[in-house]
Design a protein around this ligand. Sequence first.
Ligand code: PLP
Length: 454
Amino acid sequence: MSNQLKYVLDETQIPKFWYNLTADLPVPLPLVLHPGTKQPAGPADLEPLFPMALIEQEVTSEREIEIPEPIRDVYRMWRPSPLYRARRLEQALGTPAKIYYKNEGVSPAGSHKPNTAVPQAWYNKEAGIQRLSTETGAGQWGASLAFAGALFGIDVTVFQVRVSYDQKPYRRALMETYGARCIASPSDQTDSGRAMLALNPTSPGSLGMAISEAVEIAAKDPAVKYALGSVLNHVMLHQTVIGQEAIKQFEMAGDDPDVVIGCTGGGSNFAGIAFPFLGLQLRGGRKRRIIAVEPASCPTLTRGTYAYDFGDTAHLTPLMKMHTLGSTFMPPATHSGGLRYHGMAPMVSHVHELGLIEARAYHQKACFDAGVQFARCEGIVPAPESTHAVRCAIDEALRCKAEGKAETILFNLSGHGHFDMGAYINYFEGRMIDQNYDEGALATALSELPAVAA
Ligand SMILES: Cc1ncc(COP(=O)(O)O)c(C=O)c1O
């Protein structure tokens, strides 16, 4: 069909393996270090926080990790997700480019996050764990883990960044509907939260702070494990179902992307769409442009330093080599809570350092311009985080128009924005501002990076 709009795989075509980019990397990933000794961290160091099956996935260099059948069975609730051709957007832009997007907003929780929440909950269940603690920025990850916890009978406690807890009561209600307990962070429930409140009683919170609280709960109670919605290798791994499906869908479409785009908070939806394509390239296939898009107010890849740093504010996590703005850096509050993180996935940082991907930063108003234009053509209201990928895709399509090139552009629509309409109201009422981060605060945070022998 020449004017086909969507490419849909059937349930039997849900990937049977997660793809591990580590196997194809030309240079191995730097090791993770113990926060105290600064020596390489072993599986035993991670055991208080994660079940052994996930720790093994964190360190393995096997190319393919089999997806257990009970997880594929849950994936069937929304996977394979559709690949769309954005023909109406192409027309509106008057571009010769072909724009495709993978719609991860079709999951029950509304984003790509259940792709890893479900396996994380399942492996914990298999290990006999009944309680999980986690953090959430925009509420998308917390809702996803709450959903997965409901399926497998696991109690979930979510530390929600204060600013999003206040701005997004419906996202909190969604988590509670799935049965999770939701606490605004910083809170008085943990030592790290109390210390942060003592410094600033009206702190808007940050992902780094909420991670400290969730990690502390798990580290202190052997009955509780911790789950992280991004950054770690096993999270990148789980998200590769996105790109693997997209490769099959492009075969159906008889097309192949020249440019692959994803927004980046901790890096997981970007890795999910990009790594399977990057793997093809590293195994001898064609080279594509792969672009990570981040907020200009929290520009981890484009402005951060590539160094060992903590994943959280209270310095409870292992040290990871990544692009970082410094773990004490407090990014300005924006409507893209899920992109407001000081660090970046070590795997995404590594491929950026190797020159295998590009990075770009946008301010939020330009992203909402793109999100609204996309909604008016394609009908789907993107999550604020996802509007960053939409902005970049539109800019690439306009570049193609200027250059008279019919390139094929693929972006990941990581989630829908139905719980973010408050942000859209701000945008329409002219109350949205583009905030710059404080250069002085960034310099201070970077000067506080932990000293690690080269
Ligand atoms: C819809 C959506 N997109 C993107 C992100 C950013 O996370 P990541 O970079 O791990 O995909 C989030 C995080 O909460 C999100 O909710």
